[in-house]
Design a protein around this ligand. Structure first.
Ligand SMILES: Cc1cc2nc3c(=O)[nH]c(=O)nc-3n(C[C@H](O)[C@H](O)[C@H](O)COP(=O)(O)O)c2cc1C
Length: 341
């Protein structure tokens, strides 16, 4: 098993607004770099150039020595093709296609997992992309279907008929959003049809889950090459380090990382208030690293609610201190990513 784990890439999932350039750089500095960081999606338009805003994430200079894979969200092959060529010119060796995003605003336009509803159009798109002789490898991130588990066997065969560098599967339907359990048996049933390298993504919470998935999907013909982690890595930034045999995050590391994010976002945006607001997004995940019960403290749910409502940094800091003084840090995250209403 250790052998299999050592051969696996352990990577950071793309998370819009979370796994930004600021987070990536600091994550690598504090906890050691993930084998890859997938960039939150960029939507190329018919105008064949990236915007200044997009370049803030895409410019290879801002990503330094990290291995980053840009991701594109589009259903127009010409737009994918110009953007992939531009990324190759910037020095990237792989680009990821997003056909998994379940957001209504995205799927309504037939993009993201909305594309899964139109297998004929998807095949035409992929024909055009893979016939374009792109100077860059193309990987794909998908769900198992739009609304029905039965969709996956055809989808797995379709996607495996192209030279996809890695096929990342999040085993939920578009209609599941992020609710309910991952549908592992659906992925399992189609393993024989996945003849391209497979990456698993979904509901990994700790390093034991990484091992479990590595064991469960090891028999895929194309090989299981990667486990990609999203929310749990935001909650427990030491997760990959632990899976590699390293130590869990200490309280000092967690609070230091959070402080550094706040400061770096302030520099990045030139605005402390926006930076402070963004920190709440991270803390909702990081709260899952703290025990719910506390002998002398308040219920974690109530404390979280107050943190979410805090209007200013001083109040928020006081609540973070209360949290860290009264609730013990766990070595693994709890599954319970939530935002108090
Ligand atoms: C806030 C948020 C933003 C996300 N942004 C993206 C994105 O830009 N591109 C993408 O392919 N997936 C995106 N995802 C999905 C994640 O990459 C991942 O597939 C999902 O969180 C399930 O994996 P996990 O259980 O390890 O978190 C996002 C998810 C969340 C919660």
């Amino acid at each position: 098993m250790t052998d299999l784990l050592n051969r696996l890439r352990l990577t950071a999932a793309p998370m819009e607004g979370i796994t930004t350039v600021v987070w990536r750089r600091l994550h690598a500095e504090f906890f050691g770099a993930a084998d890859r960081y997938y960039l939150p999606f960029v939507t190329p338009t018919t105008e064949p150039r990236f915007t200044e805003r997009q370049l803030r994430e895409l410019d290879p200079r801002v990503n330094g020595p990290l291995t980053v894979i840009p991701q594109l969200l589009t259903r127009r092959a010409p737009d994918f093709i110009w953007a992939a060529r531009a990324l190759a010119d910037m020095g990237y060796t792989e680009v990821n296609l997003n056909i998994g995003c379940p957001a209504g605003t995205v799927t309504a336009k037939g993009k993201g997992s909305g594309f899964l509803r139109e297998p004929v159009a998807l095949a035409a798109f992929l024909d055009e992309v893979f016939n374009a002789q792109l100077p860059i490898a193309v990987s794909i991130k998908t769900r198992i279907g739009y609304a029905d588990e039965e969709e996956f066997s055809d989808l797995a065969r379709l996607l495996s008929s192209y030279p996809v560098a890695t096929l990342t599967v999040h085993p939920r339907l578009k209609t599941d959003l992020y609710r309910g359990s991952v549908r592992l048996s659906v992925l399992e049933r189609s393993l024989a049809d996945i003849t391209v390298p497979l990456a698993y993504n979904g509901d990994i919470v700790n390093e034991k889950d990484v091992v479990r998935m590595a064991e469960r999907f090891a028999s895929v013909p194309g090989g299981l090459v990667e486990v990609m982690v999203g929310r749990a890595l935001t909650a427990d930034p030491a997760l990959i380090r632990k899976a590699r045999g390293g130590r869990p995050a200490s309280l000092r590391e967690i609070t230091g990382f959070m402080e550094a994010l706040l400061d770096e976002y302030t520099v990045h945006w030139g605005n402390r208030m926006n930076s402070f607001k963004r920190m709440k997004e991270y803390w909702w995940f990081v709260l899952c690293m703290f025990e719910e019960d506390s002998a002398e403290g308040r219920d974690l749910g109530k404390l979280a609610k107050d943190m979410f409502r805090a209007r200013d940094e001083a109040r928020f800091r006081a609540l973070v201190s209360e949290l860290t003084e009264t609730h013990a840090l766990r070595t693994d995250a709890r599954y319970g990513w939530f935002k108090p209403a």
